[in-house]
Design a protein around this ligand. Structure first.
Ligand code: ADP
Ligand code: MG
Length: 655
């Protein structure tokens, strides 16, 4: 038998490596913009055609490259930014892996023009499939222009994997926004298919935020600025009234690098405590600067996740800084926070304080915030430590959940479904139990636990029970309705039931007669951030069919002319924002079509939620309509809409 292991040829190895770094045109945008920043550019222009599938080009006025460097730049692991592994921990550049240009050259046709100020002539290089097909001197301005054409032309499987142009353009705008936000001192432009989408003059961070996210933030930003010897925090948070139904405007930068961190996001949200309603998200643009040795940015191929040496201390600082700022602007009434016990153990907290550091620290307002409760640097070891406080909102949520769980348990118990004491679990009992479960939910056991309707079988029309319309209905805890049947009673989940009703109505409307629109007396205009604007544009035709009459108005603005009748006037903007947020966060293992996602989103959004008191008339109409549905027993998401408690079962329960 011959030996079978071979070394992969370079271009294939590069293509494989490219899979991590370049997943879509937007990934190339990020890498090229970051290279321009690293090259010290003060003017960076991004040009895309066909949502980047045709071309992505970045032109900068940075330091340029020598002819040899220009060639070297496309080799894998070729970088001018680090020389030793230690350099990784004192890094001040965006890039360091030396993979981006090699990856781009492996999956696209690339042209480079570059010149340094000291060179009279620049260099032109054309590369295809990792092979240099042309290199010659060229006249060009100082700086670098790199264009990537026909991405994945040589990897059709990946090209087919790309999403619609609107989606890919949205991704590009997101990446562009993240880089442009971090460098307000740099001029940026974005042109898509010949149309200028952004022209950002250099200016302050505040100006940049307003340019990128919209003028609704004007005069609504609270500045954050705290310096400590461990880290500094700066940036802005939105006043509570700018909180949005979408998670869109949340930006964290660590040493000017955009990162995603649910943990730090939690710190910010927490700082607002009950200034925000439960379903809204604070807007923020926050920059944390700290010594690069305290973070590891080499934990994720596109560097969007990082590891802090002391995650908890960053959390505490972020939270304190924001509380402090909100309080200063008389937005939050008090400065009440405590520190997690772990924080006290951290180096930065326990290390000796020199006079110099002490003086500097004492003068910072963050310090004063900390010492109001004699905490942080001044904590006596072992004394006065409390866990991080739970926000009132958090507590409510837990209470509500506990209550629901208890109600569920009680309900199951009443129906004889709670587990019998050990020892009694004889075979007969078990099969009885299983039968009962099925009967209760009228669905197959599989469906009972499935989240999605696609697995569900329709319920037979001849039901085992009938609701008796003449009997009284009763609402329980503003969430459930008790309805009497011919042999037992039903416990109906009001929100789930309404979602089912709306889902079936909207299903019909999207392919047939549109939902009636109620014209607004005063059309409401809304301004969205670019990514959301692209998404909404994509959804408009279907939304119109479902009763929303919304029209584009300028670049990222829309005017809401009408909504379905059950959206109260004054709530139009909130409704549209909720739709976008829910749509974007739609998580299902199954790929639904855009329409299906929209229908499900609207059914959820328009449904009456738990917590709403219902009149007798409303309850009656709800129950009536529920049983006119094709699949009355589950929500579109596959959860039960009601549980039946048959009389014979009740009798058995009570012996
Ligand atoms: P990295 O940024 O991780 O070093 P890249 O593959 O992105 O790796 O780039 C390789 C090298 O090419 C960089 O280290 C830099 O020296 C050079 N380079 C890339 N883009 C530019 C640019 N726009 N201007 C000047 N030099 C550049
Ligand atoms: Mg790079």
């Amino acid at each position: 038998m011959p030996d079978i292991i071979q070394l992969l040829p370079d271009h294939i190895a590069n293509q494989i490596a490219a899979g991590e770094v370049i997943q879509r045109p937007a990934s190339a945008v990020k890498e090229l913009l970051e290279n321009a920043i690293d090259a010290g550019a003060t003017d960076i222009q991004l040009i895309v055609t066909d949502a980047g599938k045709g071309m992505v080009q970045v032109i900068d006025n940075g330091r340029g490259m020598s002819p040899t460097d220009a060639r070297m730049a496309f080799e894998r692991h070729a970088t001018s930014k680090i020389k030793t592994i230690e350099d990784l921990f004192s890094l001040r550049t965006m890039g360091f892996r030396g993979e981006a240009l090699a990856s781009i050259a492996a999956v696209a046709q690339v042209e480079l023009k570059t010149r340094r100020a000291e060179d009279e002539l620049g260099t032109f290089i054309r590369i295809e499939n990792s092979v240099v097909v042309q290199q010659e001197p060229v006249q060009c301005p100082v700086g670098t222009s790199i264009s990537m054409k026909n991405v994945f032309f040589n990897v059709p499987a990946r090209r087919n994997f790309l999403k619609s142009n609107t989606t890919e353009l949205r991704n590009i705008i997101d990446e562009f926004t993240r880089v442009a936000m971090a460098f307000p001192e740099v001029k940026f432009g974005l042109t898509s298919n010949g149309q200028q989408v952004f022209a950002l003059e250099k200016g302050s961070l505040k100006q940049r935020i307003v340019q990128l996210l919209g003028s609704q933030y004007n005069a609504k930003l609270v500045p954050i600025k705290e310096d400590t010897d461990y880290l500094t925090i700066s940036g802005f948070v939105g006043k509570p009234e700018t909180a949005r139904k979408t998670r869109g405007d949340q930006y964290f930068f660590i040493n000017n690098r955009f990162i995603k961190s649910a943990y730090l996001n939690h710190a910010v949200t927490h700082a607002y405590e009950d200034l925000l309603s439960k379903d809204s998200y604070p807007s923020y643009v926050l920059f944390i600067q700290l010594d690069p040795q305290h973070v590891d940015i080499n934990v994720h191929p596109t560097k969007q996740e990082i590891k802090f040496e002391d995650e908890k201390i960053v959390y505490a600082f972020v939270q304190a800084a924001i509380k402090h700022a909100l309080a200063q602007f008389s937005i939050a009434p008090s400065l009440d926070f405590s520190l997690n016990a772990d924080i006290q153990q951290l180096d930065a907290v326990s290390k000796p304080v020199t006079d110099d550091i002490e003086n500097k620290t004492i003068s910072s307002s963050l310090y004063q915030t900390f010492t109001q409760k004699n905490q942080a640097h001044k904590i006596e070891p072992g004394g006065g430590l409390k866990p991080l406080p739970t926000s009132p909102l958090g507590r409510h949520w837990i209470d509500a959940k506990q209550q629901t769980d208890e109600i569920k348990k009680a309900a199951q118990h009443a129906a004889g479904l709670s587990s019998p004491p050990a020892g009694e679990l004889e075979g007969a009992w078990q099969s009885e139990l299983a039968k009962l479960r099925e009967q209760l939910f009228e669905v197959s056991p599989k469906t009972q636990y499935a989240d999605l309707e696609y697995e569900m079988r329709p319920v037979s029309r001849e039901k085992r029970f009938q609701w008796i319309p003449e009997t009284p209905l009763m609402q329980v805890h503003f969430a459930y309705i008790i309805a009497i049947t011919n042999h037992g009673y039903l416990l109906i989940n009001q929100q789930g039931a309404h979602e089912r009703i709306l889902y079936e109505q909207l299903q019909k409307a999207i392919f047939g007669k549109p939902i009636a629109t109620q014209q607004s007396l005063f059309p409401v205009s809304i301004e969205l951030q670019p990514g959301d604007a692209v998404l909404l544009t994509e959804l408009l035709p279907d939304m119109q069919q479902l009763g929303y009459q919304v029209e584009p108005f300028g670049q990222h603005s829309f005017v809401i002319h009408g909504t379905p009748a059950d959206v109260d006037s004054g709530n139009e903007q909130k409704a549209v924002e909720q739709i976008l947020e829910h749509y974007k966060n739609f998580n299902a293992e199954v790929k639904f079509s855009r329409r299906e996602k929209l229908v499900r989103t609207l059914a959820w959004q328009q449904s009456i939620k738990a917590g709403r008191s219902l009149s007798d008339k409303e309850m009656r109409s709800l129950v009536e309509q529920l049983f006119l549905c094709t699949v009355p027993n589950t929500t579109p998401g596959g959860k039960p809409t009601y549980v039946e408690y048959p009389l014979d079962q009740l009798q058995r329960t009570f012996g």
